[in-house]
Design a protein around this ligand. Sequence first.
Ligand SMILES: [Zn+2]
Length: 220
Amino acid sequence: MDHDSITKNQTTERYLLRELTETESDAFEEHYFDCQECAERVRCGTELMEYGREVAREGRFTPIVPVPPQPNYWTPALRVGMLAVMLGVGFAVYQKIHVSAPVQQAALQDVFIHLEAAKGPSANAQVIGRNQRPVLSFAIPAWAASADAVSYRAVLVLPSGKSLYRQITAHEAEDQIDWPIDRDGLTSGLYSVTVRSLGRDGAELKGNIPTFLFTLELQK
Ligand SMILES: [Zn+2]
């Protein structure tokens, strides 16, 4: 049994619906053990049929068209055609899920970098792995929190000289602030975060400006 005739004759669908003779079934099984595409269609089709049975069991299935009482309403050809359509859709979804899976697995893992304003950069650089994302975690020290401040603006200066900004509400400032940093564009080197207090009109207030210094080493 070759792959083209299997596709043309909808053998996979008929196999799943147990409509093949024993000889045909054996021949098909022999083929799909070595054919990745057919094996995936069988796996996907089995899941699809199990899902269908589950839905029917739970009564979640509401027929759009009233189904006539005759038990043989679905002729074999109709059933095969129907499964072929479902399998086509299911297979596309299946492939999409499986193709996107490695991307999901490679989701960035957060590395919290606890910053302290009183201290300078640590002698040891914080190493950020390829699949890690730095999250700056800091609190605005009491000595820097102005009573007039309506909000704060944190400025992260990268080794390249580029700056990233983050607005912090007075409410957020009462707690530890976690600032996830997009890994793209980051390089190894010295970073600084300064936090400025902003008044009602958005203008910077005079006072102590806490600065946090730290060093990152980004693994390629
Ligand atoms: Zn095949």
